[in-house]
Design a protein around this ligand. Structure first.
Ligand code: CA2
Length: 144
């Protein structure tokens, strides 16, 4: 099984600021955890980050035929991006929305997700473990 992990804007700053909200791990350290766990589960992983909405859209489009599932932390684009939502709908690849923080404990504007209605499910609030939980969900869901 091939899983594409996509990370949106500012997640390249993880580990440097706001550790009380996002934890102290860098994105590279989260990626290492994901890769280790994926190896145990027999899953193949690609892990990317972009600050550009267009690049994320292009990666989702290009995933068709190459990946079985997308795990997407769209960061702030979660709350704004009709383009990401349309891309997820268009490619038809099951997508899991994830967040490090529990967005429902935070500002009102983070309570709305543009992409959740076209996603298989949402995992929010478990820090770096949100990534590992999504991996578990991805593998278990497709084994059914
Ligand atoms: O909790 C999450 O994973 C979020 O997707 C993170 C986004 C935020 O806009 C979403 O509402 C929830 C923000 C990512 C910014 O990452 C930073 C990392 C370190 C320092 C500052 C920002």
């Amino acid at each position: 099984m091939k899983i594409l992990f996509l990370n949106g804007p500012n997640l390249n700053l993880l580990g440097q600021r706001e550790p009380e909200i996002y934890g102290s791990l860098t994105l590279a350290q989260i990626e290492a955890k994901v890769r280790k766990h994926a190896a145990k589960l027999g899953a193949e992983v690609d892990f990317r980050q972009s600050n550009s909405e267009g690049e994320l859209v292009s990666w989702i489009q290009q995933a068709r035929g190459s990946f079985d599932l997308i795990v997407l932390n769209a960061a702030a684009y979660t709350h704004t991006s009709i383009a990401l939502r349309d891309a997820i709908s268009a490619v038809g690849i099951p997508t899991i929305e994830i967040h490090l923080s529990n967005v429902y404990r935070r500002e009102e504007f983070r309570h709305r997700s543009m992409i959740a209605p076209v996603c298989k499910g949402v995992i929010s609030g478990f820090g770096a473990n949100s990534y590992l939980l999504a991996l578990e969900a991805a593998v278990n869901d497709t084994r059914k």
